[in-house]
Design a protein around this ligand. Structure first.
Ligand SMILES: [Zn+2]
Length: 879
């Protein structure tokens, strides 16, 4: 484990390396406890580098066994080797460096570098894992052509995979065999991959737009081949979509995906050999929910799309992480929108952004989409870099229009193919194709914080003028107290009394193009002339900018827009705002000792939306799903009491259920499953609507037995998991809940991925008792502290998705959390650091909980030998 050195890396300190490594040859002789790695590196001093410059290679916990230059063994005086660095004092201008290191994959529990997962050798090198395999210039701007030879015992690892194309394979003495792979595309070390083991294969092929045949393989645990069909289908659709939407064709003869059960992240885009967390590959109706299917489709696409945005054009340094991630998330969002419902997808994206990125931007861990400094790069794989980074790309398209945006992307691929690029390179192509100045827009990359627009409107019937007064502000964030004014593309619509768009004569006060107001100054008075009647104003349509809005708007207008806005996102937003406002009012009433009440108009509108057959079922399901407790907390902002928020939310749910009892029961019956199953969006939408109706109906008398029947009758995991959630959360401890939990466990006890759902559902049961349940489940036979999926399902769900349990008033949730984070950290610092971000909003809690949360953070900070990953998160959170 790398302990903290306190070193801060700064963007302005970037300079190119003095050396390049055009060729990298690697030979692995695999053994669980002593794998021998022989690296043969062709190294050249760059033009202009000082002749006296030593060569300093990165390492991490390495043991050097042999070192030679151009076939000559080095004397001890010629170099300096520590586990974390290798310095060659007087290297020649061009030479071949031979290095032998020995590593122990079986005891690598950090899951970075070369490790073993269920007896399969696999690698994870992004960001800085390659230096745990051999000494190297382990930075993304060192592009090298790799040739890899893997040797292993045939009985232990019949399958040997690496990046690129297979070259040769054969038998060796004593039951060993080998395979050689060559990747013709120069790549950074973080994209290196190796897999060796005994795996089942699903094979298929794809013919690219220029007619080349690509062999496709998905490798899974033997016996699970039947669960990889959906992933293969998603892969082929992704390959085709990238050709159509971006003109990007695949470039190697083979494309392989391997699913492993121990993985720190979702998946990894290694060139030609993607390695996946198995939860994003394996699925069928019996084991996966509709959300799982959608995630598999999106992540398969995401990693595949990296082949161009990330691999062919990579990042110059880790500060540019959003160059590949924000852009690739944008691409996978577009893919999913084309495969499914665009409106529903957009709403889901925005919900995710608000749930994960907004709190990050509003708390101590806030950072720009392109950070300027970091202590531990592993902690910057954040919602800001990924999700907000995607929103920034979306705004470029909104500002330029789809056609010019595509021309800019074409130029980006043409100009930077084979390079390690920067955000400046990326913005420049769009300036070049459009002739626009994007320098103010570039602040979206450089400045942290969620901008807010305050909007009010006036209508003057005498002058027939409608005026929007818009003011922008960007709240301060850590180390950025003063903010510059941003360019915010605000999509809008003026909506007439019949729901139709209102025509206007002219507009002044801001640039307005194609339904978008370009906010660039602190204040804009946007005047629309020739407007006879006061329109309702629909703002930030399609969520054109990742901002918050404070709109002075009459409830009448909100209700009107929730029923009539022609922009599906804005329509959903209007209803969601009404719900949020009602929940916040109820929260205040509860704190004041009053009983909250909700208007019949609001609960009636919920019923109307549920039954509106002109709307897609998936859209109706999203509209009916109340703002989450964390969303409400974020909108309240400070002195949060999670118990009062929970009570407010439950009371509103009950009011909606009571007001629409018959209509909901009726619709629930009509949506009944006919036993056939398809994971497509339309079918998933019907299930989502029926399951949210179940959620409401379960609050009424007879709710537990209704949910129990739903559970028993389920013919797929979506319905089964939904019913189990309703039973466990709403009827905790009831005979129905106890029976269903036991039945689920008996049925799926041998399937770890499905048991993750069982852990999740129990870890998110609201209320003070859950911390004890979670403690107990840590001892369950299916749980393992060494497996990231298990830890995230149980401990991660408890700390990030159980507001009343985690934030228990006596601090017991936090104490359990601090102990567990430290225990996870002993094995896997990255997973521990990610868990620890659950307390990032601790300052917005009410004083009692705030003090207890701080104690827990201090307990973590005070532990001995803290890893760089965890110390970085905890110290920034406390700062
Ligand atoms: Zn990615």
């Amino acid at each position: 484990m790398r302990t903290d050195t306190g070193q801060v890396f700064k963007l302005e300190d970037y300079r190119p390396s003095d050396f390049s490594i055009p060729q990298t040859g690697l030979t692995f002789r695999l053994s669980p406890d002593a794998t021998r790695v022989t690296a043969v590196l062709t190294i050249e001093r760059r033009d202009g580098a000082a002749a006296s410059a030593p060569l300093v290679l990165d390492g991490d916990g390495l043991l050097l066994k042999r070192i030679a230059i151009d076939g000559r063994e080095l004397a001890p005086a010629d170099y300096l080797a520590t586990p974390d660095q290798l310095t060659i004092l007087k290297p020649p201008a061009r030479f071949e460096l031979l290095l032998e290191t020995e590593i122990a994959p079986a005891s690598n529990e950090a899951l970075m570098g070369l490790y073993r997962s269920s007896n399969v050798y696999c690698t994870q090198c992004e960001a800085e894992g390659f230096r745990r395999i051999t000494y190297f210039l382990d930075r993304p701007d060192i592009l090298s052509v790799y040739t890899v030879r893997i040797e292993a015992r045939l009985d232990e690892a019949p399958l040997l995979l690496s990046n690129g194309n297979p070259v040769e394979s054969g038998a060796l003495a004593d039951g060993w065999h080998y395979a050689r792979w060559h990747d013709p595309f120069p790549k950074p070390s973080y994209l290196f991959a190796l897999v060796a083991g005994n795996l089942g294969q699903v094979a298929d092929s794809f013919v690219t737009m220029s007619g080349r045949k690509v062999e496709l393989g998905i490798y899974v645990e033997p016996g699970k081949e039947g669960l990889a069909g959906y992933a293969m289908d998603a892969l082929k659709r992704s390959m085709q979509w990238d050709e159509q939407a971006f003109g990007r064709e695949y470039d190697l003869d083979v494309f392989n995906i391997v699913a492993v059960s121990d993985f720190n992240m979702g998946a990894m885009e290694n060139k030609g050999l993607n390695i996946f967390n198995d939860k994003y590959v394996l699925a069928d109706r019996e084991t996966a929910t509709d959300a799982d299917f959608a995630n598999i489709e999106a992540i398969i696409a995401h990693e595949y799309f990296h082949n161009w945005t990330g691999n062919r054009i990579t990042c110059r340094d880790w500060f540019q992480l959003c160059l590949k991630e924000g852009l690739t998330v944008f691409r996978d969002h577009e893919f999913s929108a084309d495969q499914r419902s665009r409106a529903v997808k957009r709403i889901a994206e925005v919900r995710t952004l608000r749930a994960h990125q907004f709190p990050e931007d509003q708390g101590p861990l806030a950072h720009p989409v392109r950070p300027r400094r970091y202590r531990e790069i592993n902690n910057f794989y954040t919602a800001t870099v990924y999700e907000k980074g995607s929103e920034v790309v979306r705004m470029i398209r909104t500002i330029l229009g789809a056609e010019t945006f595509r021309a800019g992307m074409d130029l980006y691929f043409e100009r930077h193919d084979g390079e390690a690029a920067t955000i400046e390179d990326f913005l420049k192509v769009f300036e070049d194709v459009s002739g626009r100045d994007l320098s103010q827009f570039a602040l979206w990359y450089h400045q942290a914080g969620t901008p807010n627009l305050t909007v009010s409107s006036t209508h003057n019937p005498a002058t027939r003028e409608f005026t929007l007064e818009i003011e922008q502000s960007v709240p301060p964030t850590p180390s950025e107290s003063r903010k510059r004014l941003m360019h915010i593309p605000l999509a809008f619509g003026l909506v007439g009394a019949g729901g139709e768009p209102v025509a206007y004569g002219g507009v002044e006060g801001a640039a307005v193009e194609d339904g978008v107001i370009h906010i660039r100054k602190r204040r804009h008075m946007v005047r629309f002339s020739g407007v006879d009647e006061r329109p309702a104003v629909s703002l930030n349509r399609g969520f054109s900018a990742p901002i918050t809005l404070s709109v002075e708007q009459k409830a009448d207008d909100q209700f009107f827009l929730a029923g009539h806005d022609s922009d599906a996102f804005a329509r959903w937003q209007a209803f969601n705002t009404l719900l949020t406002d009602a929940l916040i009012a109820a929260f205040r009433q509860i704190l004041g000792g009053a009983k909250p009440a909700f208007s019949a108009r609001l609960t009636g509108l919920a019923g109307k939306i549920a039954g509106d057959e002109t709307l897609e079922p998936a859209y109706r399901a999203l509209a009916l799903s109340l703002p989450g407790e964390a969303d409400i907390a974020r909108d309240i902002g400070r002195t949060i009491d999670p118990d009062a928020i929970f009570a407010a939310r439950e009371t509103l749910a009950l009011a909606i259920a009571r007001a629409n009892q018959d209509a909901f029961a009726n619709l629930y019956g009509r949506l009944a499953d006919d036993g056939r199953f398809s994971p497509d969006a339309a079918n998933a939408g019907r299930r989502a609507l029926r399951n949210i109706l179940l959620d409401y109906l379960s609050l009424l008398p007879g709710g537990a037995s209704l949910a129990a029947r739903h559970f028993e009758a389920a013919t797929n995991m979506t319905d089964r998991a939904a019913a189990l959630t309703v039973l466990a959360h709403r009827h905790d401890g009831s005979p129905e809940a106890v029976k269903a939990l036991a039945g689920f466990e008996a049925r799926y006890g041998a399937d770890p991925l499905v048991m993750d759902k069982w852990f999740q559902i129990q870890a998110s049961v609201p209320g003070p008792r859950t911390v004890d349940t979670v403690r107990e489940l840590i001892g369950h036979a299916s749980f393992s502290m060494a497996n990231p999926n298990r830890v995230r399902s149980l401990v991660g769900t408890f700390s990030s998705a159980n507001q009343t349990g985690f934030h228990r008033a006596d601090g017991e949730g936090y104490r359990f959390f601090a102990q567990t984070v430290l225990e996870v950290e002993k094995r896997n610092p990255q997973v521990a650091a990610r868990l620890a971000t659950a307390l990032r909003s601790w300052r917005s809690l009410e004083p009692g909980r705030q003090a207890k949360a701080r104690e827990a953070l201090l307990a973590i900070a005070g532990a001995e030998n803290l890893s760089a990953d965890l110390r970085d998160i905890v110290e920034r959170t406390l700062a």
